[in-house]
Design a protein around this ligand. Structure first.
Ligand SMILES: NC(=O)c1ccc[n+]([C@@H]2O[C@H](COP(=O)([O-])OP(=O)(O)OC[C@H]3O[C@@H](n4cnc5c(N)ncnc54)[C@H](OP(=O)(O)O)[C@@H]3O)[C@@H](O)[C@H]2O)c1
Length: 245
């Protein structure tokens, strides 16, 4: 039996991954953070799709206990913070606690820290699940940008973990169906999509395919397909492979 644990299930990509996994007959557990203001709404949605909901707190021992009990065959890490979330979290804090609030919502704390916790828990579970990590285009060694660096560290830890893995590095993930407006993301996607069109005209098909944006649904189809593809085990894939899937 295939059993999937999805962290970041409430995100633009994660919610589609949950729906597709459940529709495929995979026993799917969607993780929702326990303090989520929309916990009831997510529970109704995921349960109606045939998935179960788990609200384990982001604490090493607790996540380890959950995965050890579940014995997943697949773990998806589809989470990460954004600059807007960090600003919002800081704006709700007093000036004294603003600094600690910013660091607790940093790329290091969320994009690296929570994925690292999930990798440790997946290893400790003993079920050797395929770990599917949603990284990003541009991640490589020696980057200094904090977002890319956090993701490089998570990728490196996963490669050294001994778990079978699939790492996905899409370009922009965007579409009219995203809840938040994220204007910068839409503008960025429009620019790279136009550049991809020009690259294709000049025969640079591979470059064009790797930079072109995807919707959450397109990406989810690729992630789920590759998660069960033996050829994608221990592979790092870009947008073109995700789309081809
Ligand atoms: N957007 C892009 O263009 C792009 C491109 C390449 C890669 N990526 C990466 O791909 C991943 C998924 O993208 P997406 O657009 O689907 O993400 P998204 O819609 O922003 O969803 C992010 C997920 O992370 C969770 N999360 C955020 N902060 C958290 C925290 N402090 N504690 C616990 N959970 C937290 C969210 O939970 P809540 O719903 O509870 O907040 C949500 O489930 C992200 O990590 C992103 O960096 C994004």
């Amino acid at each position: 039996m295939q059993i999937a644990f999805v962290a970041g299930a409430t995100g633009y990509t994660g919610r589609e991954v949950v729906r597709l996994l459940a529709a495929r007959g995979v026993r799917t557990v969607a993780h929702v953070r326990p303090d989520s203001a929309r916990a009831d709404e997510w529970r109704r949605r995921f349960e109606s799709e045939g998935a179960a909901v788990d609200t384990t707190p982001w604490v090493d021992a607790e996540i380890t206990r959950t995965l050890s009990g579940l014995q997943p065959t697949h773990v998806f890490s589809l989470l990460g913070t954004t600059r807007a979330r960090r600003r919002e979290s800081a704006s709700h804090s007093s000036s004294k606690s603003r600094e600690s609030s910013e660091s607790s919502e940093s790329y290091e704390a969320i994009d690296y820290g929570l994925t690292a916790m999930l990798i440790r828990a997946a290893v400790a579970s003993g079920s050797q699940p395929r770990f599917v990590y949603l990284s990003a285009l541009g991640v490589r060694e020696h980057v200094t940008n904090p977002y890319l660096l956090a993701r490089w560290r998570a990728e490196s830890m996963l490669r050294a973990s001994g778990l079978p893995f699939t790492i996905a590095r899409p370009s922009f993930i965007t579409g009219p169906d995203r809840d938040e407006s994220r204007p910068l993301e839409r503008v960025g996607a429009t620019i790279v999509d136009a550049a991809a069109g020009v690259a294709r005209l000049f025969g640079a098909q591979r470059l064009a395919g790797s930079v072109r944006s995807m919707t959450g649904s397109e990406l989810a189809v690729g992630l789920v397909r590759l998660a069960f593809d033996a050829a994608a085990e221990n592979a790092t894939v870009g947008a073109d492979e995700l789309r081809a899937a």
